[in-house]
Write a protein that binds this ligand. Structure first.
Ligand code: GLN
Length: 541
């Protein structure tokens, strides 16, 4: 038995299709089924690694090094599972595999036509994911909105699959309902009716409509959508805004969504176990005392629009750890550049319980971030550095403690005589050949933790595995000097002898990692480093 649930979007994008798909996966898993989840992005980029996160949101990284859409992060958080390359595809990656097969005579001399080859390739990939994850049900999110050119071949894949196995395929349309009227609560159903017609035009009909709106959908309008769009009674589900995305699966179940979807596929719930999830949501709601975390970055000048999507995993990791420690997370975006223009303003960091310098690329804001790190080190403010946040902490330490005044990174100072952060030889070759796509140090690598460190207290383990996405590393030529002056190397990569985690002595909490711990934080399993950082921040308060 294999079943497919496709999630497509209507009216407009950005209304939470990824959260809807993740939540559907969550409730089916709770009903006792093994679920795999796939995301299809309609763009030609082969993966998300070459896209600017301030425009497209965070680049999420899987264990196997796949650089993908942030929705894969939602899937991992909502399903509490690790996914791999096969769970993510783009127009570019699908075409690439068809073209590669054609070049290898894989189509036996036939003319390779867009239809059916591209949709069939999509179906093959979905089946492969089902097999690899030994899953009963695949939840597949189709990016974009129905009615546009871009995702037409993916919808054709749904049509092909559904025409062959009507009883095994369900299509959920996540549609947006604008609110009008004096009270702003009169939901308009007409755009949804048009979205359903767009689906009809490509030979598809939704089995369920998820009505995304600011407010709940009233019975009268539910009935109207059912009648006008030929949706079976009860299969229009109200999906109003909620305060936390983790509430969405619980909300869906108020409408008995898992039962309805399963019955559409000829299945019944095997069990119902949302206890742990409900407890987590309850804990998030009952946390009243705040913990104030400042994130220092380059696009955060006051008044600048902070694209929270570009740091979604960091934000979620903070939330998971705060709730675990029974605190309400308050996140503040602090502009690194303001510390360059007005060095005195770095004192504002005292207002926060803990400071994070997250991942980053390029020179802008670097000196301001280094000033912030110096302040945290001296003023004993809990600090957590994520990737770039480790590299800049090492530079700060080299400059101000080891007195290597010109210490820098080859990334933003290519001619430095003191490259305490340097590019690996194999990375250098890739850069000179302009091979940027999928070539950073990516995905999971082993890290050996030194006993007696804060990292060991956090992990309670000497060998861990964490996800990477960077080109530069701590330069081992400077390691002795750094350690002699008190820098603790708390974690190393055993194969390459690379610095993975640094810490400081005599500080309530100062730790930074070359990897991105945020990618492995889950609501039901907060990341150890975030957990300890938040704990220290609370103590600080
Ligand atoms: N720019 C740095 C590098 O490439 C850090 C990358 C990051 O923070 N993810 O090594």
């Amino acid at each position: 038995m294999t079943k497919y649930i496709f999630v497509a979007g209507g009216v407009m994008s950005g209304v939470g299709k990824g959260i809807a798909a993740s939540s559907i996966g969550n409730i089916l898993q709770a009903a006792g089924y093994r679920v795999t989840a796939l995301k299809i992005d309609p763009y030609v980029n082969v993966d998300a690694g070459t896209m600017n996160p301030t425009e497209h949101g965070e680049v999420f990284v899987l264990d196997d090094g796949t650089e993908c859409d942030q929705d894969m992060g939602n899937y991992e958080r909502f399903l509490n599972r690790d996914f791999s390359r096969i769970n993510y595809m783009t127009t570019g990656s699908v075409y690439l595999s068809v073209i590669q097969r054609e070049r290898a005579m894989g189509y036996g001399g036939k003319q390779v036509e867009v239809v059916p080859r591209i949709p069939l390739e999509v179906i093959d990939k979905i089946n492969l994911a089902l097999k690899k994850d030994k899953a009963d049900i695949a939840v597949v999110e189709i990016g974009g909105t129905v009615g546009e050119y871009e995702n037409i071949l993916f919808l054709e894949a749904v049509r092909m699959l559904k025409i062959k196995n009507p009883q095994d395929v369900a299509l959920v349309l996540v549609s947006f309902l604008p609110a009008l009227g004096a009270g702003g609560d009169e939901l308009k159903t007409k755009p949804t009716q048009h979205a359903v017609r767009s689906l009809n035009a490509v030979g598809l009909h939704p089995d369920m409509v998820l009505a995304r709106a600011a407010v709940p959908l009233d019975e009268k309008r539910k009935a109207k959508i059912e009648f006008m769009c030929s949706i079976p009674k009860g299969y229009v589900i109200s999906a109003p805004n909620v305060s936390s995305v983790y509430e969405v699966p619980i909300n869906f179940e108020k409408d008995k969504m898992s039962e309805k979807l399963l019955s559409r596929l000829g299945l019944k719930a095997k069990n119902k176990d949302m206890r742990e999830w409900r407890q987590m949501v309850l804990a998030s709601k009952s946390a009243k005392l705040p913990v104030k975390i400042g994130i220092v970055g380059k696009y955060f000048a006051t008044g600048d629009f902070v694209l929270e999507d570009s740091y979604i995993s960091v934000i979620e990791a903070i939330k998971h750890a705060a709730w675990f420690n029974k605190r309400k997370p308050e996140i503040y975006w602090l502009s690194a550049e303001s510390y360059e223009n007005n060095p005195n303003s770095v004192k504002e960091l005292k207002r926060y319980d803990g400071i994070i310098v997250p991942g980053g690329f390029g020179a802008r804001g670097v000196e301001g971030k280094i000033k912030a790190i110096e302040f945290c080190r001296k003023q004993k403010i809990p600090y957590l550095g994520l990737c770039f946040g480790l590299q800049l902490a090492v530079i700060e330490f080299a400059r101000n403690v080891c007195k290597i005044r010109d210490a820098s990174s080859r990334e933003f100072n290519p001619r430095t005589d003191f490259p305490v952060i340097d590019v690996m030889p194999e990375q250098k070759a890739l850069l000179s050949e302009k091979k940027y796509g999928g070539t950073m140090r990516l995905g999971s690598y082993k890290c050996v933790i030194k006993k007696g460190t804060k990292s060991y207290t956090a992990y309670k383990n000497t060998v861990v595995s964490e996800r990477h996405r960077h080109r530069y590393e701590v330069n081992n030529d400077f390691r002795d000097e750094l350690e002699k002056n008190g820098l603790i190397v708390a974690g190393i990569n055993p194969e390459r002898d690379l610095v993975e985690i640094i810490e400081l002595k005599n500080h309530p909490f100062f730790a930074a990692s070359q990897f991105h711990p945020e990618f492995k934080s889950r609501p039901l399993r907060p990341h150890p480093l975030f957990r300890e950082f938040i704990k220290a921040s609370i103590k600080q308060r």
